[in-house]
Design a protein around this ligand. Structure first.
Ligand code: NAG
Ligand code: NAG
Ligand code: NAG
Ligand code: NAG
Ligand code: NAG
Ligand code: NAG
Ligand code: NAG
Ligand code: NAG
Length: 368
């Protein structure tokens, strides 16, 4: 790959701003009125805390150890996740709060909170992915957003709602859990079956995004699927400790199909604009050349237990690394705060392949 993340070293000084523990949104005017977030554990900021099941929670230590006041919020990270950094770049303090934490979803709340985060760890694009007691499917996330539009109609005219939503940023980060689920149920699938699966998955994603468009969304920031075959969990399943190639291939195939789907959507839906932020390109670059950005541990999770710290999640009694800044992965599946920070910067301001066809900065600065 020609493009590397070295350009980030030049941008790095600007970033020290975001490392302050009690970062408060600066003087700069936010680029959008609100952010609405959909997706899985790469984007969840605490919705799952409110779910009855316990299969996808992170609201306990050591999660959040580097979050302001070392608070475990439900984020699958030692600090912020990638969505938080994207929200910071558009001018906010961090991701808007979890939908299930809100007392009401009035216009005042949306204005005060700068949007709503619907994402839920363990969920997927397909309704069949994830435990419904522990995570909220994307279908339900979109339904919950739809409810908000109906409720806003008590306070605003349709035209006002359209204006608010069309200027807002719609972020979505999903697909990894669907691929994990397919892989675990179809270990020996052939090429035809894989193609069929990727096609079903992207068609379903297209449906979700089209619904969001119908509800008023116009600016879409889509995060692709990372190289999930290289996370500590996957490496622990490969005897040699290498990446699981099948998972990486499925992620690449999905990401390729995603580009085609987004291009198609934007050419058929009037006024739709998008950027695909590539967590895949960012993490692959870091894993292939960790030293360039100050990492030295790409295989073992910071928090967990057993081989590669990937045999358990990050629980209060798990092992915690002392050098979190040097680890690419926080737990068996998720990146660290440090990795997420580079992701946010590369996707917001970087060139292709980190964001395409435009970066998120261009997406949000584009007039309506
Ligand atoms: C919801 O309301 C309760 C009680 O009025 C309050 O303690 C809590 O902070 C509110 N939550 C949010 C997110 O505003
Ligand atoms: C909803 O919550 C917001 C912020 O917590 C508050 O300002 C507003 O008065 C509440 N609205 C209703 C209808 O309860
Ligand atoms: C979800 O919880 C309900 C009530 O506890 C239980 O009956 C059901 O079997 C659970 N479903 C799954 C998929 O675990
Ligand atoms: C979110 O949507 C789901 C599915 O429609 C519904 O079961 C749930 O009650 C909604 N949650 C809230 C808080 O409205
Ligand atoms: C792939 O597997 C399916 C179901 O097992 C089978 O029907 C199909 O013929 C196979 N295709 C190829 C190209 O091997
Ligand atoms: C396991 O990792 C090695 C590299 O160390 C790689 O060549 C091999 O294809 C991987 N195995 C699987 C099943 O992906
Ligand atoms: C990574 O670098 C830090 C700081 O130089 C050092 O303390 C740590 O031992 C290194 N870890 C590895 C696995 O090399
Ligand atoms: C941590 O404690 C839980 C519950 O007590 C136990 O199931 C789990 O195996 C422990 N994990 C580790 C890494 O020791």
């Amino acid at each position: 790959m020609a493009a590397t993340l070295h350009f980030l070293l030049i941008l790095l000084p600007c970033l020290s701003l975001f490392l302050a523990p009690a970062f408060s949104s600066g003087e700069a005017e936010p680029k959008v009125p609100a952010v609405f977030v959909f997706g899985d554990s790469t984007a969840d900021v605490g919705n799952n805390n409110y779910m009855p099941g316990n299969n996808a929670k992170a609201n306990f230590p050591h999660n959040g150890i580097d979050f302001p006041f070392s608070r475990p919020t439900g984020r699958f990270s030692n600090g912020y996740n990638g969505i938080d950094f994207l929200a910071m770049h558009v001018g906010f303090k961090r991701s808007p709060p979890p939908f299930l934490s809100l007392n009401n979803t009035s216009h005042e709340t949306i204005k005060a909170k700068k949007g709503i985060n619907f994402a839920s760890g363990g969920g997927g694009i397909l309704d069949s992915t994830g435990d419904p007691n522990s995570s909220i499917s994307m279908t339900k996330q979109v339904q919950n957003f739809s409810t908000i539009r109906s409720q806003l109609m008590r306070q605003l005219t349709n035209q006002q709602i359209d204006k608010l939503f069309s200027k807002s940023l719609f972020l979505s980060s999903s697909g990894g859990n669907d691929i994990f689920a397919f892989f675990s149920q179809n270990k020996f699938s052939n090429v035809t079956e894989k193609k069929q699966f990727i096609s079903t998955l992207t068609m379903k994603y297209e449906d979700h995004l089209k619904k969001l468009y119908d509800l008023g969304g116009r600016k879409f920031g889509i995060v692709d699927v990372p190289p999930i075959g290289c996370c500590p969990y996957s490496r622990s399943l490969n005897g040699t400790g290498g990446c699981l190639e099948t998972l990486n291939e499925l992620a690449r195939e999905f990401n390729r199909a995603l580009k085609i789907v987004m291009n198609k959507l934007s050419s058929t839906l009037a006024g739709m604009k998008y950027s695909i932020g590539s967590s895949n390109a960012v993490i692959m670059n870091i894993v292939n050349d960790p030293g360039a950005l100050g990492f030295n541990e790409t295989k073992t999770a910071c928090c967990g237990s057993g081989k590669f710290n990937a045999e358990s999640g990050c629980t209060p009694n798990a092992t915690l690394c002392p050098d979190r800044r040097y680890h690419v992965f926080w737990d068996l599946l998720h990146p660290t705060h440090a990795t997420a920070k580079f992701f946010g910067l590369a996707v917001y301001s970087g060139p292709e392949p980190f964001a395409s066809p435009i970066n998120f900065k261009k997406l949000v600065e584009d007039g309506n």
